[in-house]
Design a protein around this ligand. Structure first.
Ligand code: NAD
Ligand code: MG
Length: 397
């Protein structure tokens, strides 16, 4: 077997980060967790350092970094501690790093993911917000940096597995007519508008099929997650909006499908466990064991499909509109959504206020062309300011 691959795991303490380390631990002769990063929770990162002995551990927060340093020294571990987003960019572009798992949540993940792409790494992209905010710039960085981009989002990983090798030359020439992007429908799939008006954060955090971090779990309940994934699919596969169809599939067994002009539809199936796409991307082009239980199709029995209802779930419509609008609109959508999700989780707005806040922000901020990263960063900041204003007015009235 070839040499051990050094892996940087951005967002190591999150759901995707922990699943990545679970797969890495199953293949000690193949992978080494070389650098681990986290926001501010010291204990989980310290435990991961104890188990994996990374060369670097990075915290966003300087106080947390100091506490981590103290903990590591008292355990006599020699992992070097760094702090700040620049340090996350540094461990994503180190010469000796082979692959970077980009699993920070939200817009915060953009710069380290871009650093990995610019440095020509194998980029395992979980942080879909990177592509939503700056798809054109990110794909350009992948091409110019000579990086290999592998999708971790289960739907996009499934689509990637169902694509022919020449898909980058265009979907049409490859004989592809449509991407069928599956969605579980979330915990409120059958709720009426009246019921949706009263749902609580605890209900929204209770996803029927997947165990995920809080932000993506709320996004799944509003269908914004599917909206972000439509934009993600547009950039990853160079698919026009009308070549992407969202299909509600409550069992989450088919992770997505690709339809061909000869009538074939290829699907990837499996248990809903993120270790499958993670192992696929880590091992690619080889297949490696992931720890996921074999799929029992007899126990599942049936697979169902429904059309999405954008009347009850307007976030999906807003995402399609932002994709059509182009420029900075998807970055504005993403930033407003992040503020709205935080406000909903904090109990400051209702579930149906989430699309209201995003729609108001999109119309107040407007759209500009993207010619560089500054345009994206400015649109993100402007959207956060407008959405926060909206929130303040809402809370005080
Ligand atoms: P999570 O909330 O469980 O973990 C987030 C990680 O990012 C943590 O390690 C946290 O410390 C770190 N982090 C948070 N804010 C940060 C900041 N400002 N700067 C640096 N680090 C920060 O999230 P998750 O569910 O693991 O999701 C991570 C990403 O993967 C998201 O973009 C999500 O959309 C995507 N994704 C997740 C799943 C899933 O099953 N969880 C599936 C598909 C895609
Ligand atoms: Mg997904």
């Amino acid at each position: 077997m070839s040499k051990v691959q050094n892996i940087t795991v951005l967002g190591a303490t999150g759901t995707i980060g922990a699943n990545t380390l679970d797969v890495i631990a199953r293949h000690p002769g193949r992978f080494r967790a070389y650098a681990l990063t986290a926001h501010s929770k010291v204990e989980p990162l310290l435990r991961q350092c104890q188990q994996f002995h990374p060369r670097y551990a990075v915290m966003l927060d300087p106080d947390a970094a100091e506490r981590l340093e103290h903990g590591l020294r008292s355990l006599e571990l020699d992992t070097e501690v760094l702090c700040g987003i620049e340090a996350m960019e540094f461990v994503s572009s180190l010469e000796e790093v082979d692959a970077v798992m980009a699993a920070i949540v939200g817009a915060a993940g953009l710069k380290p993911a871009l650093a990995a792409a610019n440095a020509g790494k194998k980029v395992l992209l979980a942080n879909k917000e990177t592509l939503v905010m700056s798809g054109a710039l990110f794909m350009q960085a992948v091409r110019q940096g000579g990086a290999t981009l592998l999708p971790i989002d289960s739907e996009h990983n499934a689509i990637f597995q169902c694509m022919p090798p020449n898909f980058s030359q265009g979907l049409g020439p490859a004989g592809i007519t449509k991407i069928l992007l599956t969605a579980s429908g979330g915990p409120f799939r059958k709720f009426t508008l009246d019921q949706l008006a009263h749902v609580t954060p605890a209900q929204a955090l209770n996803h029927p099929n997947w165990v995920m971090g809080p932000k993506i779990t709320i996004d799944s309940a509003t269908l914004m997650n599917k909206g972000l994934e439509v934009i993600e699919a547009h950039w990853l596969f160079d698919a026009a909006p009308d070549q992407i169809e969202v299909v509600i599939h409550p069992q989450s067994v088919i992770h997505s499908m690709v339809q061909y002009n000869d009538g074939s539809v290829l699907a990837e199936l499996g248990n809903p466990d993120m270790r499958t796409p993670i192992a696929h991307a880590l091992g690619c082009p080889e297949r490696i064991e992931s720890g996921v239980a074999p799929l029992d199709i007899f126990a599942i029995g049936q697979l169902n499909f429904e059309r999405p209802d954008t009347g009850r779930f307007p976030c999906l419509r807003l995402a399609f509109e932002a994709l059509d609008e182009g420029g900075t609109a998807p970055a504005v959508l993403n930033a407003a959504n992040e503020i709205a999700v935080q406000a909903f989780l904090a109990g400051n707005i209702t579930f149906m206020d989430i699309p209201r806040m995003i729609e108001t922000t999109l119309s107040e901020v407007g759209t500009a062309a993207v010619s560089g990263l500054d345009d994206v960063v400015n649109a993100d900041a402007q959207a956060r300011a407008v959405a926060s204003d909206w929130l303040e007015r809402k809370v005080t009235c």
